[in-house]
Design a binder for this molecule. Structure first.
Ligand code: NAP
Length: 316
């Protein structure tokens, strides 16, 4: 038997994944180590650690990568890569894998769910029934999704899956991305402002990079207008949250459905108090089925790497 392979898991993921990793490797659980002892912990075990498993919240930053001299692969349990220092991985020849596709349908479903919930005010309506207010008056009128114009930011895997679902609701689709998709019949908008002007619902589904941080800013929000709805299943920092909240408070924006927040899990008090907002705690991909598929993909990528086979979903 050779030297055991050490895998460093940065945060708790599913019990299933933890079990699969424990069955195959020596698993180190970084989240169980108090922050002020992590340096010492990593120094002690770095000879064994060849892989890091994290997700879209806790990935692998430059400091972590530099503290693991034998690191060979970062196998992320996420499709977003913004929490992994990809430049550092390239520089050091560290492979990176992620879990696209496994979660595409689930996240697209969530985008539609948040859109409907925000437009039809279903959380507010639920509170109305529970609080006994139904007896006093009918609930206010809401707005429909069917037939609306939907603008999608990022027509990638998830954006395309959202577009198919929105089409089934009879919506017209426009999109913004870095380039026109030659295989798409939807209208392409090189300008975010123009997309927002022509949309009644704007859905954020692009990758978070330096260019897409605050891609939804004050001007975009104003272009969408007071009846517009913004849905974010991408990353919190895609939207300038201060501007979003002030637009919602001032009535310059109709509503927002947010699975992700800029400083999650911190939730601004003002946002909490707004009835035209539906919030969910970054759970777009959090179903039993999807989490199992993601965990299997993480393990398969690690197995492929350590048996010198091609990676299933390589980024680097
Ligand atoms: P993908 O297939 O790689 O698509 C990413 C899209 O982002 C592409 O359409 C790309 O379009 C667009 N994009 C990149 N840079 C851009 C820029 N500067 N301006 C405009 N568009 C840009 O990724 P995916 O699988 O659809 O996932 C998208 C994102 O969803 C992930 O990165 C992740 O952050 C997020 N996500 C969230 C959850 C959740 O739980 N809420 C779960 C999974 C994923 P071009 O290349 O044509 O520009």
């Amino acid at each position: 038997m050779g030297t055991p392979i050490g895998v460093l898991q940065t945060r708790p993921l599913s019990n299933y994944l933890q079990q699969q990793l424990t069955n195959r490797y020596t698993l180190f659980k970084l989240w169980q180590v108090p922050p002020d002892s992590r340096r010492e912990f990593l120094d002690k075990h770095s000879d064994l650690i060849k892989a890091v498993v994290g997700n879209g919240v806790t990935g692998a930053d430059a400091e972590l990568i530099d503290s693991l001299p034998h690191l060979e692969i970062v196998a992320s349990h996420s499709s977003g890569l913004d929490k992994i220092d990809l430049d550092k991985c390239r520089e050091k020849g560290i492979r990176v894998t992620y879990t696209p596709d496994a979660l595409t349908d689930e996240v697209a479903d969530m985008a539609i769910l948040l859109t409907l919930a925000t437009a039809r005010r279903i959380c507010e309506a639920d509170r109305y029934v529970r609080n006994g207010e139904w007896k006093n008056a009918d609930f206010k009128l809401t707005t429909k999704l069917s037939g609306k114009s939907v603008g999608i930011i990022g027509l990638g895997r998830i954006g395309s899956a959202i577009s198919k679902r929105a089409e089934a609701f009879g919506c017209s689709i426009g999109y913004h991305s870095r380039s026109r998709k030659t295989n798409s019949r939807y209208k392409y908008y090189p300008s975010m402002i123009d997309l927002a002007k022509d949309s009644e619902i704007l859905i954020v589904a692009c990758a978070l990079t330096h260019e897409t941080r605050h891609i939804v800013n004050r001007d975009v929000i104003n272009a969408l207008g007071s009846k517009g709805i913004i849905v974010n299943i991408g990353r919190g920092s895609h939207i300038d949250e201060v501007e979003l909240i002030s637009a919602l408070v001032e009535g310059r924006l109709g509503g927002a459905g947010l699975d992700v927040l800029e400083h999650e899990p911190e939730v601004p008090d003002l946002l909490r108090g707004l009835d035209n907002v539906v919030l969910s705690p970054h759970v777009a991909a959090s179903t039993v089925e999807t989490r199992k598929a993601m965990a299997d993909l993480v393990v398969e990528n690690l197995e492929a790497h350590f048996t010198n086979k091609p990676l299933l979903t390589p980024v680097i």
